[in-house]
Design a binder for this molecule. Sequence first.
Ligand SMILES: [Mg+2]
Ligand SMILES: [Zn+2]
Length: 183
Amino acid sequence: MQKKLVILDRDGVVNHDSDAFIKSPDEWIPIPGSLEAIARLNQAGYRVVIASNQSGIGRGLFDMATLNEIHEKMHRNLAALGGRVDAIFFCPHTPTDHCDCRKPKPGLLAQIIRRFEIDAASTPVVGDSLRDLQAGAALGFSCHLVLTGKGQQTLDAGHLPAGTTVYADLHAFALDFLAAEAN
Ligand SMILES: [Mg+2]
Ligand SMILES: [Zn+2]
């Protein structure tokens, strides 16, 4: 039985992104339909996990307690809709740390493969930035771009990994993904 898992970037996919970083629960605002999309995936038997660069930690813009509070807000908002995120994998480092988990490096996604024992080829990665897709493509995940957040900018810049599919937003992705699965 294939493990059913969907991997999402956070900022620009689940919640509105900000060039000034999401530094507090108040700044974490869901994109319309995104939490409903996660709930629908859950109802169809998919676990949903997040893989997110959070260099604001390494830059000293917010601390772990605040990141936890932001994620508590996300969990509460999701729970109200019957949805759930099973795990949040994040990279706290800055580019100058040269870690192996900051996307486009595939370290976060490699952690998810190990933790959930999934097959990358049958697991979708959804992101709004090229680096989300590059991290996914490096490990053979199926890659999906949403046009929320930096998505339109990413599409316009080109160089998407081969086979990347494009959706207006996470809700459109979920509907299409689940419809394709039903066939
Ligand atoms: Mg993003
Ligand atoms: Zn890292």
